[in-house]
Ligand binder design. Structure first.
Ligand code: MOS
Length: 721
C-alpha cells in the first residue's frame, strides 16, 4: 500500500463552511428543543408541571419519562424512562418550540417537584461499597500471572505509590446534536455520533423497530474523543418522541455547559502501583490496583491497569479494578481510555525505580523489554518499541540529559522526562464498496464516520493509489447507515478500512485486467495479468511497452462502469496468530518557574511504531493532537464536583482549562515504519497512541527539574511550590 501525504479530503468544505454538520441540517417546520435539568443529585421526580410553559410563545410540546414509557427498557433508556435522578443536571424533560430561545424560556417555565435523597458526591464517601466489575472494556478485570505478592515480598527493592487522576471531559468543538423526523413511521436521524450503527441499534431496540426503518446519518463530526459513542446520548430519544408527538422535525443541540454532565467523562482513578525489582534492574513483580468512579445507574471501567500486563517483561503480575458508585455523571471512554491514566502510574513509578537504581530511564526500559506477549504467551506480530526508544532518544538528544536539578534557563528550572506508550491494534468487521464510472472516476462508500481525524482522506487515497489514479478523481461517501462500516473509536477505523479496501480494489483490478487481456481489440490482449500494473489512469504491462487507459477498457467492456466490494473481519489484539500493539516513546522538556511554579512544556519528541503509515501528514496531525490532549490531562484539565450539591463547579471553558496554542511547544514526531505481515492490511491504529505516556513523561520531567514527585493529575502549582 502506498504512503502519501495527501491533503485532507474535506478541508475546503470545512473551511468554506460548505460541510454541513448534522446539527445544521434544516427541515421544513423544524422545532428546536431544550432540556429541563434536575436540581438535585439523587432522588425522584414527583411531578412535572408544564402549565406555565404551555402558554408561552412558540411552545409545541414537552416530553418526559411519562412519554418515554413506551420505549423498551434498557440501560440506555433507563435515564429517560424512569423518575429516578442519578446526578445533578440530569434531564427530566425536553421542551420543543418554534425557536431556540422560546424552547429555552419554556424549559425554564416547567415546574419540577423532586424528592431528594442523600447522595454520594465523592469517591471517598463510598470506598466501603466498592465492587469489582467482571470486565474492563474487552479485558477481564482481574488477572494474575505468577505470584506478584511473593515476588514483591522477595524483591531487592519495591517502588510503591498511590497515583490519582482527575475527572476530565471530552469537549469536542461541535456539541452533541440531533435533527430527527419521521416519514411514514420510519425514522430519519441526523446526529453527531461516532457510531451510526450503534445508534441505529439503540433506536431499534428502544422503539421496537426493525433497523431497516431507521436511517442514521453523520457525515461530518466536529470531534468526538469517545463521548460520541452510541450509548450515553439517550436525550436523542426524547427528541424523536417530541417529533412523533408534534409531527414536525425536532432539533436538539447540547450547550457547552451540558457537555460537562450529559455525555460522559473520563473517570476519576486512584491507583495503587507496586513495582518490585532485582538489584540489577529486572522487574520481578507488578501489582496495579485501580479504584475508579462510576455512576449509580451503569457500570463503566477503563482498562486502566490492563497495560501493566503487557508493557514490560515480568513473570509476576497482578492487576485489579474496582468501581465506586457516586451520584455523578456516567463515565465513558475518553482519549486513550485506560492507557492514559494507567501509564501515568506505571511510567511514573518506573522513573522512580530508575532513579533508585541509578540507571538511565531509557536503559531500564530497554532492559525490561517484553519480547513477546507474556499475558498470552505468544509472539508479537511486530513490536517497534526498542526502535522508538533509540530514535526518540537520539532525536531528543537524551544522551545530553543534565543531572537532576541542575539545568536552568533564566528563571526556569529545566527538566527532561520520558515514558513509553502503547495501544492494542484492533479492528472491526468492515465492508467497502467501490464504483468505477466510465470516465474512470471513482466513488467509494463505507458506513463509517469521520470524526475529523482523516477517514475521508485515508479511504480516498487508498482507493486512488490502488487503481493508479489521482485522489481528486475519488468521491468518498461516509456516515450513512444505508452503507455498512465500523464504529469510529478505539483507534481502529483506518486499520479496519485497509484490508477491506485492499480486497475491493484487488477485485476491481482483476476485473479490469481480465477485460483487457481477453479482448483482442485491447493493446494488452494476451498479456499475463501478473505482469500488469495500474498507473496514471492506465493499465500497463511491466515488461513490454504496451498499455491502455482505464477509460478505453471501460468504454469497450463496461460502459455502465464497474462495482466491487471488499470485506474484512474483526480482530482483537490477541485474536490472530500473534498479538498486536502499537508502541511509542515520548520525551519531554519542561520549564518550571522556580518561584511561581508555572510549568511549561518546552519541547516534545514522540517516536511511534504502529504498522504501516498511510499518510504521514495526517498521522503526524493525529499524534500531535493526541499529545496535546495528553498535555491537557497532565497540566490543565479537571472537572470538579461541588460535594454538597453534586453540581459541576465552573462548567464553562473559562474554568475548565485546556491547552491553547500559546501553551504548545514544538513537536518532533518520528514515525517508525513497521512491516507487519501478520496483520491484515498492515495498519495499526494511531489515534490513542500519542495521547498516553506523555502524562508520565511530563511528571518525570517536573521531578527532574524540581525534585518534586507529583503523583496526582493534573499537576498543579500547589504540588510543586
Ligand atoms: Mo475513543 S476514546 O475510542 O473515541
Amino acid at each position: 500500500m502506498s504512503t502519501d501525504s495527501v491533503l485532507r479530503y474535506e478541508a475546503a468544505l470545512k473551511v468554506t463552511g460548505s460541510a454541513i454538520y448534522e446539527g445544521e441540517v434544516s427541515a421544513p417546520g423544524l422545532l428546536h428543543a431544550a432540556l429541563v435539568q434536575a436540581p438535585i443529585s439523587c432522588g425522584d421526580v414527583s411531578s412535572i408541571d408544564a402549565t406555565r410553559a404551555v402558554g408561552l410563545p412558540g411552545f409545541a410540546a414537552m416530553v418526559s419519562h411519562v412519554d418515554a414509557e413506551v420505549l423498551q427498557a434498557s440501560p440506555a433508556t433507563a435515564l429517560i424512562r424512569e423518575r429516578t435522578v442519578h446526578f445533578a443536571g440530569q434531564p427530566v424533560a425536553l421542551v420543543a418550540a418554534g425557536r431556540l430561545q422560546e424552547a429555552r424560556e419554556a424549559a425554564h417555565a416547567i415546574e419540577v417537584s423532586v424528592e431528594a435523597r442523600p447522595s454520594v458526591t465523592a469517591l471517598s464517601q463510598a470506598l466501603d461499597k466498592s465492587f469489582a466489575p467482571a470486565m474492563v472494556g474487552r479485558f477481564p478485570a482481574e488477572t494474575h500471572r505468577g505470584d506478584a505478592s511473593k515476588a514483591l515480598a522477595e524483591a531487592d527493592f519495591v517502588v510503591r505509590h498511590r497515583y490519582d487522576t482527575a475527572v476530565n471531559n471530552h469537549h469536542p468543538m461541535e456539541p452533541h446534536a440531533v435533527v430527527c423526523w419521521w416519514e411514514d413511521g420510519k425514522a430519519v436521524v441526523h446526529t453527531s455520533t461516532q457510531a451510526i450503527f450503534g445508534t441505529r441499534a439503540m433506536i431499534s431496540h428502544a422503539f421496537r423497530m426493525p433497523v431497516s426503518d431507521i436511517r442514521v446519518i453523520a457525515r461530518f463530526l466536529g470531534g468526538g474523543f469517545g463521548c460520541k459513542g452510541q450509548l450515553w446520548w439517550p436525550w436523542m430519544f426524547w427528541a424523536m418522541l417530541a417529533s412523533r408527538k408534534t409531527g414536525r422535525p425536532v432539533r436538539l443541540e447540547l450547550t457547552r455547559a451540558q457537555l460537562f454532565t450529559l455525555v460522559g467523562r473520563r473517570q476519576e482513578t486512584v491507583q495503587d502501583m507496586r513495582l518490585g525489582f532485582s538489584a540489577d534492574g529486572r522487574l520481578t513483580g507488578i501489582e496495579h490496583h485501580v479504584l475508579a468512579q462510576t455512576s449509580t445507574h451503569a457500570d463503566y471501567s477503563d482498562s486502566t491497569a490492563v497495560y501493566s500486563r503487557f508493557l514490560y517483561a515480568c513473570p509476576n503480575v497482578t492487576t485489579t479494578h474496582r468501581l465506586v458508585r457516586t451520584n455523578e455523571p456516567q463515565p465513558v471512554p475518553m482519549r486513550a481510555p485506560g492507557t492514559a491514566p494507567g501509564t501515568f502510574a506505571l511510567e511514573s513509578a518506573f522513573d522512580e525505580a530508575a532513579e533508585r537504581l541509578g540507571i538511565d530511564p531509557v536503559e531500564l526500559r530497554v532492559r525490561n523489554f517484553a519480547d513477546h506477549d507474556q499475558e498470552a504467551g505468544r509472539p508479537w506480530s511486530s513490536n517497534g518499541l526498542l526502535e522508538c526508544y533509540r530514535v526518540g532518544a537520539e532525536r531528543f538528544g537524551w544522551s545530553q540529559r543534565p543531572a537532576q536539578g541542575t539545568a536552568t534557563d533564566g528563571r526556569w528550572r529545566i527538566g527532561w522526562g520520558m515514558a513509553s506508550t502503547l495501544y492494542p491494534a484492533i479492528r472491526q468487521a468492515c465492508r467497502v464498496r467501490v464504483k468505477l464510472a466510465a470516465d474512470a472516476s471513482l466513488r467509494v462508500q463505507c458506513g463509517t464516520q469521520d470524526m475529523g481525524s482523516g477517514t475521508y482522506t485515508a479511504l480516498g487515497q487508498m482507493v486512488a493509489s490502488a487503481l493508479g489514479v489521482s485522489p481528486s478523481q475519488v468521491t468518498v461517501e461516509l456516515g450513512d447507515t444505508l452503507l455498512e462500516g465500523p464504529f469510529s473509536g478505539g483507534s481502529q477505523v483506518t486499520a479496519s478500512l485497509a484490508p477491506a479496501t485492499e480486497l475491493a480494489m484487488t477485485r476491481l483490478r482483476e476485473t479490469l485486467a481480465n477485460m483487457a487481456v481477453t479482448d483482442e481489440r485491447s493493446p494488452l490482449a494476451g498479456q499475463r495479468i501478473e505482469e500488469l500494473e495500474f498507473q496514471d489512469g492506465m493499465i500497463r504491462s511491466r515488461t513490454g511497452n504496451v498499455g491502455e487507459s482505464l477509460t478505453d477498457v471501460l468504454a469497450r467492456g463496461a460502459a455502465e462502469g464497474l462495482e466491487a466490494e471488499g470485506e474484512s473481519a474483526a480482530t482483537q489484539h490477541q485474536s490472530l496468530a500473534a498479538s498486536s500493539m502499537g508502541y511509542g516513546a515520548v520525551f519531554v522538556e519542561v520549564g518550571v518557574d522556580a518561584e511561581l511554579g508555572e510549568i511549561r512544556v518546552r519541547r516534545v519528541c514522540g517516536a511511534f511504531a504502529a504498522g504501516h503509515i498511510l499518510n504521514p501528514l495526517l498521522a503526524k496531525s493525529q499524534y500531535v493532537g493526541g499529545l496535546i490532549g495528553g498535555i491537557g490531562m497532565a497540566l490543565h484539565e479537571r472537572t470538579a464536583t461541588d460535594r454538597v450539591s453534586g453540581h459541576i463547579v465552573g462548567d464553562s471553558f473559562a474554568d475548565y482549562l485546556i491547552p491553547v496554542h500559546a501553551d504548545m511547544p514544538a513537536f518532533d514526531i518520528a514515525m517508525i515504519e513497521e512491516e507487519d505481515l501478520q496483520l491484515p492490511g498492515g495498519v495499526k491504529g494511531i489515534g490513542m497512541l500519542g495521547t498516553a505516556g506523555i502524562q508520565a513523561a511530563i511528571a518525570n520531567a517536573v521531578y527532574h527539574a524540581t525534585g518534586k514527585r507529583v503523583r496526582s493529575l493534573p499537576i498543579r502549582i500547589k504540588n510543586i511550590v
